[in-house]
Design a protein around this ligand. Structure first.
Ligand code: F6P
Length: 356
């Protein structure tokens, strides 16, 4: 068997652990298996940049962050647009697959990656995918690998802010990654004991945020901590059209939503506000034990599908059990936080504000 493998999109901590899970299972169960690693995601498949990966390549990488074969962002919306030399990207990927005589291509990636994976599957390639992202926003799986490691890092950022916020009696905003969804902020915010949590799925009212801070001050609390998703949005902005919002953001003097909100809080309350952005540290370093286990299970399950010749699926997790989800169902959907979920209501019942 000849299997191709690639990692695409933003990296995360558990990509290597996942590839190791796939490879170890294949090498352990099949006599003749060759794994071809494509460099820097779909780019490697398009331009024929790859190398044969030996069993030894997968040793010692369980704890290593990043990806040993590199990654890149190749937007799905440009897949049908020829490259600068007029090359048809989809045809080029199909040609590399065929030229190498691959039996299957294993793709590790997030939402955009899954759209392209589904496209390649529809074009007749044998595809199996694994759900990667710190954002945890892939439809069809309860959890993605990378998410829990990022939660740990974002939580530890909020933990560190707690002590300095308490010493200085300041308002602190910790801006958490997550793109357009709030899973990472919700989990890190709750785990870090944030007082106010702002998510893209629950547009906030700046006055309500300020009220929540003032209420804490009245209760004698000297500091407040806000966990703000990078994609958080005010009610006002949520009412704008896409075009109007783009224009507003382009003309904004603030580098991100946290700075804009921080300035409004400072102006209205007179409180000193500081903004902390852990940024890409949330995607870096070693995967946490939870992710190592998850990736190992996902990897073994993906290899299982390959050995059974079941293609066109993503492996996922459903209530603790590994499942296979058709790529056609995954592609183009987003798993967002439900504002009416019991999770949100439980957190609200503690008095934690979502700015509404
Ligand atoms: O999708 C993962 C993620 O880290 C998001 O949380 C974030 O918005 C984005 O990628 C950042 O992308 P880049 O590394 O390309 O700046």
């Amino acid at each position: 068997m000849r299997i191709g493998m690639l990692t695409s999109g933003g990296d995360c901590q558990s990509l290597n652990a996942s590839m190791r899970g796939v490879a170890k299972t294949l090498f352990h169960n099949i006599k003749n298996v060759e794994i071809i690693g494509f460099h820097e995601g779909y780019k490697g498949l398009m331009y024929g940049n790859y190398h044969t990966m030996l069993p030894s390549d997968f040793s010692g990488i369980l704890t290593e962050g990043g990806t040993i074969i590199g990654t890149s962002r190749q937007p799905f919306k440009l897949m049908r647009t020829p490259d600068e030399n007029g090359m048809d990207k989809v045809e080029a990927m199909k040609n590399t697959y065929k030229k190498l005589g691959l039996d299957c291509l294993v793709i590790l990636g997030g939402n955009g990656t899954h759209k392209t994976a589904n496209l390649l599957s529809e074009e007749g390639l044998n595809i199996v995918t694994l759900p990667k992202t710190i954002d945890n926003d892939i439809w069809g799986t309860d959890i993605t690998f990378g998410f829990q490691s990022a939660v740990n890092i974002a939580t530890s950022a909020i933990d560190c802010i707690h002590t300095t916020a308490a010493s200085h009696g300041r308002v602190f905003i910790v801006e958490v990654m997550g793109h357009k969804v709030g899973w990472l902020t919700l989990h890190a915010g709750v785990a870090g004991g944030a007082d106010i949590i702002l998510l893209p799925e629950i547009p906030y009212d700046t006055d309500e945020v300020i009220k929540a801070i003032e209420k804490r001050t009245e209760e004698g609390k000297k500091f407040s901590i806000l966990a703000v998703a990078e994609g958080a949005i005010s009610k006002e902005d949520a009412a704008l059209s896409k075009k109007e919002l783009k224009k507003k953001r382009a003309n904004s003097p603030y580098p991100s939503i946290s700075y804009e909100l921080g300035a409004a809080i400072e102006k209205k309350t007179g409180n000193e506000v500081r903004v902390t952005i852990p940024g890409h540290t949330q995607r870096g370093g070693s995967p946490c034990p939870y992710d190592r286990v998850l990736s190992t299970r996902f990897g073994a399950a993906a290899a299982g599908l390959i050995m059974k010749k079941e293609f066109g699926y993503m492996v996922g997790m459903n209530h603790g059990e590994i499942v296979k989800v058709p790529l056609s169902e995954v592609a183009g959907k987003l798993k967002t936080v439900d504002p009416d979920s019991s999770f949100i209501n439980e957190i609200k019942s503690l008095g934690i504000s979502f700015g509404v």
